[in-house]
Write a protein that binds this ligand. Structure first.
Ligand code: PRX
Length: 631
C-alpha cells in the first residue's frame, strides 16, 4: 500500500533495479494491488508494431482497488472535498463509503440503459463530484470512458463522440466558471445533430437551468440512480482491456484518441502519485487541473483514490471572486500538497501581493507544477511566496500519452533546480537523440527527448487507428518512443524541457495542433488559407499567432478577425482562439508549396530580420508585406 521511496539512496537503488530487473521491480509494486487473477508475464513489448502488454493475463477491476479495498479501513474517510465556484455556496465532502455507493448506483443505472463492457461512454461534465462518480461507474462495469473537457465546443464534442462511436453521454444542464455559465446541455444537443451512435444522454442538474429534455433519449441523472441498488459487482477486466480514451492534439488536424489500459495505468498512477508528491496517509492533496485533461484523470481521480488519499475538487477558477481563491482554499482545507500549472502562477503573480500574505499557507509541504516549462521568475515567486522557501517545488514533466509523471523531483528527496523537471522516476529510461537518431551521452547537451523502454502506463494505441500511433510516436526514431519534446540534460542528469519540436502549441498547458487551428480558421467564410504558429506569451506560455489569407475586399480587418476568432471558438472552443490574427496577402512558401513556418515563427516572436536562407522561397516579397503588416 505504501509505495513511497523514502530517501535519495533508495531512489538510486530502486532506479537501478527498475532498469536492470524491470520484471521483479514492477511485480513487487503490482503485488500490492488486488488482482482477481495474478498476471502471467510482467511486460512483453516491441516498439516496432508497437505492441506493449503489461501484466498480461492478469484480471482485475480498478474500482475494486480504489474503492472496495479501502472500505474496511477508510469507509468514513473523506475521499473528496468539493469546493464550489463561489465561496458562499455550500461546499461538500464525500467519504470512500459514500463514493462506493454512488458509483455502484450509477453503474447499475448505466447497465439498465444497456451499457456493456467495452461500450464507449462520453463524459462532458463540470468539476463536480458526480464527474468522478461517472468515471468510476464506467470503469466498474468495464465501459470505456472518454472525457471531453467542458471547454470544447459542440463541434469538437461531436468529432470525439463520432470517433469513439460512443453510446451514451453523461453531461449536466450547465456549469459555472467564475462569473460565467455555460449551457453544456445545449452544446450536447447541438453536437448530437451530427452523431448517430448516441442512444442515451444522462443529464445532471447542476445549475437548475431546466434544460429541455428530449423524450426517449434524455434521462435525469438523479432519477436514473434513485431506484438503483447500492451494490454492483465489479466487471472482471483483463489487465490490457481498455480503461479510457482521451483525445489529444497532434500535428495533424484530427485529435487522436490516446488509449490507456487497466492494469499498467493503475500501477503507475498510484506509484507515481505517492512518490512524486510524497503523499502520506492523512495528507490533503489538491490538483487544480480539470478532470477533462490527463492531469485530472491521473492525479485527481485514479492516483489519489488508488492511494486512499483525501483530495480537493475545485469547481471554480483562480481569480474568482478574487485572486486569493487558491490561497484561501489551501487554508480552508489545510492542503499539504498543491499541484497547479505555470500559467496560473504567472497570472496570480501579477495581482496585489495582499492576496497571498492574507493567508497562512503553513499547511503546505510541497508545491507542484505541470503542463509547460516553468520560467525562472514564476519558479522563484512560487517558491518564495507560496512555499515560503520551505517547500520543494516539484516540476513534473509528462504527457497524455505517458499516463503518469515521467521526470520530476521526488517530494524533495532528489535534487531540485529552477526550471528543471529533474530526474526520471524509477522505470523510466529517457534518452536524448541527435538529428540522426543517435543517443547523446554527453552532459549539458540538448536533443530530442525519447524513451527507450516501456513503462506501465505508456499509451497502447490511438483509438481506431493503430498506424497513426506507430507513425506519430514510434517511427521517427526506430526502437524509441518519441515524445515530441526537446530537452537539455545537465551534468547531474537532470532534464529541462525546452518545448515541442513538432507542430504543437502549448497554450496555458493545453495542447493544440497548428493544423487543427488552421482547419478551424479555414472554415470561416473569409479565410482562404492560414498558417498558425506559437509565440512567447507572458501568461499563457505560448500564444497563438494566425496569419490568414482572406477573400473579403470590402470587409474591415476587425470584422474579418472577429469572424475568424468565432470560427475557432465554434469548431474547437474558446480556449483555442488565436491571440493575434494578421491578415496577409499570401503565405511564404517554398517552390514545392511548403509553408516556411520558421520565418513566420520568427516574425511572431518579434524578430523582423535575419531570416537565414530564403532562396527557396517562391515569392520573397511576401515577407516584406508581412513585416509591414506587423509594423
Ligand atoms: O511539451 C510538454 C508539455 O506538455 C506536453 C504534454 O501535454 P499534455 O499531453 O496535454 O499533458 C499535459 C500535462 C501532463 C509535453 O509534451 N509539458 C508537460 N509538462 C511539462 C511540459 N513542459 C515542460 N515542463 C513540464 N513540467
Amino acid at each position: 500500500m505504501d509505495l513511497r521511496i523514502k530517501s535519495f539512496e533508495q531512489y538510486e537503488h530502486d532506479y537501478a533495479k527498475s532498469i536492470h530487473q524491470p520484471d521483479e521491480f514492477w511485480a513487487h509494486i503490482a503485488d500490492s494491488f488486488q488482482w482477481k487473477k495474478r498476471w502471467d508475464s510482467v511486460v512483453e513489448w516491441n516498439f516496432d508494431e508497437p505492441k506493449i502488454e503489461w501484466f498480461k493475463g492478469g484480471k482485475l477491476n480498478i474500482t475494486e482497488n480504489l474503492l472496495d479495498r479501502h472500505l474496511a479501513s477508510k469507509g468514513d474517510q473523506v475521499a473528496f472535498h468539493w469546493e464550489p465556484n463561489h465561496p458562499s455556496e455550500t461546499s461538500k465532502s464525500i467519504t470512500y463509503g459514500e463514493l462506493y455507493t454512488e458509483v455502484c448506483k450509477l453503474s447499475n443505472g448505466l447497465k439498465s440503459l444497456g451499457v456493456q463492457k467495452g461500450d464507449r461512454v462520453c463524459i462532458y461534465m463540470p468539476m463536480v463530484i458526480e464527474s468522478v462518480v461517472a468515471i468510476l461507474a464506467c470503469a466498474r462495469i468495464g465501459a470505456v470512458h472518454s472525457i471531453i473537457f467542458a471547454g470544447f465546443s459542440s463541434n469538437a464534442l461531436a468529432d470525439r463522440i463520432n470517433d469513439a462511436q460512443a453510446k451514451v453521454v453523461i453531461t449536466s444542464d450547465g456549469l459555472n466558471r467564475g462569473d460565467k455559465s455555460v449551457d453544456l446541455k445545449f452544446m450536447v444537443d447541438e453536437a448530437l445533430e451530427s452523431c448517430t451512435s448516441i442512444e442515451k444522454v444522462i443529464v445532471l442538474d447542476c445549475i437548475h437551468s431546466q434544460s429541455k429534455m428530449k423524450d426517449g433519449r434524455d434521462i435525469d441523472y438523479n432519477s436514473l440512480i434513485n431506484e438503483q441498488s447500492s451494490d454492483c459487482p465489479a466487471e472482471e477486466m483483463d489487465a490490457e482491456d481498455m480503461l479510457f480514451i482521451l483525445y489529444t492534439s497532434g500535428s495533424t488536424g484530427k485529435p487522436k484518441g490516446v488509449v490507456h489500459t487497466c492494469g499498467g495505468y493503475m500501477v503507475y498512477t498510484a506509484y507515481s502519485f505517492q512518490n512524486v508528491f510524497q503523499y502520506e496517509q492523512g495528507d490533503v492533496f489538491w490538483c487544480t487541473a480539470d478532470i477533462g485533461w490527463i492531469t485530472g484523470h491521473s492525479y485527481i481521480v485514479y492516483g489519489p483514490l488508488l492511494s486512499g488519499a483525501t483530495s480537493i475538487i475545485f469547481e471554480g477558477i483562480p481569480t474568482y471572486p478574487d485572486a486569493g481563491r487558491f490561497w484561501q482554499t489551501i487554508d480552508k482545507y489545510k492542503v499539504n500538497q498543491f499541484y497547479t500549472a505555470p500559467t496560473a502562477i504567472r497570472s496570480l503573480m501579477s495581482f496585489d501581493h495582499k492576496f497571498v500574505t492574507d493567508q497562512d499557507l503553513s499547511s503546505l509541504k510541497l508545491i507542484g507544477s505541470v503542463g509547460e516549462p516553468i520560467n525562472e521568475e514564476a519558479w522563484n515567486w512560487y517558491y518564495e511566496n507560496i512555499g515560503k522557501s520551505n517547500c520543494p517545488i516539484i516540476d513534473t514533466w509528462w504527457q497524455t500519452e505517458t499516463g503518469g509523471v515521467m521526470l520530476s523531483g521526488l517530494g524533495g528527496l532528489s535534487p531540485m533546480k529552477a526550471t528543471y523537471a529533474g530526474l526520471p522516476l524509477p522505470g523510466i529510461c529517457p534518452v536524448l537523440l541527435d538529428a540522426e537518431g543517435k543517443e547523446i551521452h554527453e552532459a549539458d547537451t540538448e536533443g530530442y527527448l525519447c524513451v527507450k523502454f516501456p513503462w506501465p502506463s505508456i499509451l497502447r494505441t490511438t483509438y481506431g487507428d493503430h498506424e497513426r500511433c506507430k507513425f506519430t510516436y514510434f517511427s521517427n526514431y526506430k526502437g524509441y518512443y518519441f515524445t515530441g519534446d526537446g530537452a537539455r540534460r545537465d551534468e547531474d542528469g537532470l532534464y529541462r524541457i525546452i518545448g515541442r519540436v513538432d507542430d504543437v502549441i502549448n497554450v496555458s498547458g493545453h495542447r493544440f495542433g497548428t493544423a487543427e487551428i488552421e482547419d478551424a480558421i479555414n472554415k470561416d467564410q473569409y479565410a482562404i488559407e492560414s498558417a498558425v504558429v506559437g509565440y512567447p506569451h507572458p501568461i499563457k506560455g505560448q500564444g497563438i499567432y494566425a496569419y490568414v489569407v482572406v477573400n473579403a475586399e470590402h470587409t474591415s480587418d476587425l470584422d474579418i478577425t472577429n469572424s475568424i476568432a468565432n470560427s475557432v471558438s465554434q469548431h474547437i472552443g474558446r480556449i483555442a482562439k488565436p491571440d493575434k490574427i494578421q491578415v496577409v496577402k499570401g503565405l511564404p512558401k517554398t517552390r514545392s508549396g511548403k509553408i516556411m513556418r520558421r520565418i513566420l515563427r520568427k516574425i511572431a516572436e518579434g524578430e523582423l530580420s535575419n531570416f537565414g536562407d530564403t532562396s527557396t522561397l517562391l515569392d520573397p516579397t511576401l515577407i516584406d508585406e508581412i513585416i509591414k503588416g506587423v509594423k
